[in-house]
Structure formats: C-alpha cells, structure tokens
Write a new protein. Structure first.
Ligand code: DX5
Ligand code: ZN
Length: 222
C-alpha cells in the first residue's frame, strides 16, 4: 500500500480551525490527526470533546484520534460519539491494554497502540495480532514542533519485522518531527502512516507540504 498522510491539527490555527480543516479536505491528506492531551499523562492540555465534535462537522476525512491521557477507557465512548474513526491509546497509560483494545473495537473504531520513545517494540509481541495500528512516537508526547529522535528508524524496523510475522496488514504510524527531510527514510524503514503538524502548518503552502509528504519515498513502499 502507498503510505498515508495524517496532518496534525495541533499545529493548526485554532481561531481558524474550520478553514484549516477545509484545507485538509482539499489536500492529498488521508486522515486528520487529532491530539488529545490531559495534563497528566503529558505535561500539556490540548482540547476535548466539543472541539472534536466541531472538527468532525467539517471534516471529510477520517479522524485519527491520539489519546495522550491516563485511563483512556473512561472516555473512549465519548470520543467515538464525537466522531473518531480510529483511536490510539498509549501502552504506558493502559494496565489492561487487551481490554482497552477490545473496547475500542467494540465501539467500531480502528484500534491503535502508541509507544513512547523509551518503550521497546518487543512489548507488543502478545497483542500485535489484535491491533489495527501501532503508533511509534518519534518525539516525547506533549508538544508539537519538537526535534525528531533518530532511534525511531530502528523501532520502525523492529515493528515492521513483528508486523510481517504476526499482522501483515498493520498500520505503522510515526508521529513527531516528521518533515520532507525524513519522510522517505521513515517510509523505507516501515512506516505507512506519517503524522505531521508543524512541517505542514508552518509551510508557506500547507497543501503543497502535504503533497510532498505523500510523494516521499512512494515508490519504495510495497
Ligand atoms: C505530539 C503529538 C503530535 C504532534 C506532532 O505529542 O502527538 O501528533 O502534533 O507535531 P509535529 O509534527 O510538529 O512534531
Ligand atoms: Zn499525535
């Protein structure tokens, strides 16, 4: 499959969110990445259900909701109702991860698990077959515009190898510091969904930036 692009609206202009969603609608983007932060799991607060509901009203592409929150089970139903197509929870925030993943699926959503930079891919060995997506954090979660962590390439190769063995249809998403300089190499290492915030919304033309990410390394993907 060709890789997907999921612009992160964390870097959008919140006072002009409808405009930025419409920009994504018209672009080559595949999903809209929605970052939820609770000030507990990560040292930042982003936005909650009313904003997701408002985004959904204008979005013509699936909402890829990334939950950087403790005990996400409490709110999965609310995010589904707000319009999530996929929900990704953090490995580090879910003591009963298998139950959480089953719950996301019961709600009819694509189920993803995110790994912080320090969390090894091998910990997913016994759950990988149940997942629709793994999100590899390439920065520490909590903020946009951070520097990309180079060890991500190794982790992508590890998850790609695990996916080949146990779940070949897995979405492998990479999130944090993704731009046109590393996109092709990330796809080559195994990523098939690229999240990009700052590199899209700080670009002179965000739509062109999305197209460039979409074209990056496109021929090297199987
Ligand atoms: C970080 C978020 C990311 C963030 C990416 O905690 O999960 O989705 O929006 O932003 P950039 O692409 O600017 O690093
Ligand atoms: Zn994210």
């Amino acid at each position: 499959m060709n890789h997907l692009i999921a612009p992160s609206i964390l870097a959008a202009d919140f006072a002009n969110l409808q405009r930025d969603i419409e920009l994504i609608n018209k672009s080559d983007a595949d999903w809209i990445h929605v970052d939820i932060m609770d000030g507990m799991f990560v040292p930042n607060i982003s936005f909650g259900f009313p904003v997701v509901t408002a985004v959904k009203k204008h979005a013509e592409k699936p909402l890829d909701v990334h939950l950087m929150i403790v005990d996400p089970d409490r709110y999965l139903k609310n995010f589904k109702e707000a319009g999530a197509a996929g929900m990704t929870v953090h490995y580090e925030a879910c003591p009963n991860l298998h139950r959480t993943v089953q719950y996301i699926k019961e709600l009819g959503c694509r189920a993803g698990v995110a790994l912080n930079p320090h969390t090894p891919v091998a910990l997913l060995e016994d759950i990988i077959a149940d997942l629709d997506m793994v999100l590899i954090m390439s920065v520490n979660p909590g903020f946009g515009g951070q520097k990309f962590i180079e060890n991500t390439y190794k982790k992508l190769k590890d998850i790609k190898e695990l996916s080949n063995r146990k779940n070949p249809g897995l979405y492998i998403e990479v999130d944090g510091g993704v731009d046109s300089t590393n996109a092709a190499k990330l796809v080559e290492a195994g990523a098939n969904v690229l999240v990009a915030g700052n590199s899209v919304f700080s670009a002179p033309d965000p739509s062109v930036a999305i197209t460039n990410l979409k074209k990056s390394g496109a021929l090297s993907v199987s």
